[in-house]
Design a protein around this ligand. Structure first.
Ligand code: HEC
Length: 126
C-alpha cells in the first residue's frame, strides 16, 4: 500500500515539475484562443485560409510553415499579436489584441503557434 502512495506522490510531483506538461497546457489554451479570436482570418488550422482572411488585400501567412514562422522570434510574435500589424510595419488588417488578451494568453498563443510549425520550431534563445 505504501508503495502506491509513494508512486502517486512521485507522479504528482513529476506532473507539476514537468515543463512539458506546462507547455502542453499552454499550447492547448493557445489553440482555444486561436480558434476563438484568430481563425476567422488565419483559418482553423492556421493555414491563412479563414473565411474573412480570403477577402483581405494582404493575406495572412501559413502559420504551419516552419520555414517562415521559425524565423520570427517569440518577441516579434507576441508583439504583432498584442500591438497589431501596423506596429511592426505589417498590414493594418492584423488587429491588436493587447486590450483583449492578457500577457499569459499571448504566451499561450505563441506556444500554440510554435507547436504547429513544420519543420518544428527549435528555440534559439532569441
Ligand atoms: C481580421 C483578420 C485577422 C485576425 C482576426 C487576426 N489576424 Fe493575424 N494577421 C492578419 C493579416 C492580414 C496578417 C498579415 C499581415 C501582413 O503580412 O502584412 C496577419 C499576421 C499575423 C502574424 C504574422 C505572420 C503572418 O501571418 O503574416 C501573426 C503571428 C498573427 N497574425 C497572429 C494572429 C493571432 C494570434 C490572432 C488572434 C489572436 C490573429 N492574428 C488574428 C489578419 C488577422
Amino acid at each position: 500500500m505504501k508503495r502506491i502512495y509513494t508512486l502517486a506522490f512521485i507522479l504528482s510531483v513529476f506532473s507539476v515539475a514537468n515543463p512539458l506538461a506546462v507547455w502542453a497546457q499552454s499550447r492547448a489554451e493557445g489553440q482555444k484562443l486561436y480558434s476563438t479570436h484568430c481563425s476567422a482570418c488565419h483559418g482553423e488550422g492556421g493555414k491563412g485560409d479563414g473565411p474573412a482572411g480570403k477577402s483581405l488585400p494582404i493575406k495572412p501567412a501559413d502559420h504551419t510553415d516552419g520555414k517562415l514562422m521559425n524565423s520570427f522570434s517569440d518577441k516579434f510574435l507576441s508583439e504583432i499579436i498584442s500591438k497589431g500589424g501596423v506596429a511592426v510595419g505589417k498590414s493594418p488588417f492584423m488587429p491588436s489584441w493587447g486590450g483583449v488578451l492578457k500577457e499569459n494568453q499571448l504566451r499561450d498563443l505563441v506556444a500554440y503557434l510554435r507547436s504547429i510549425a513544420n519543420p518544428p520550431y527549435k528555440a534559439s534563445g532569441k
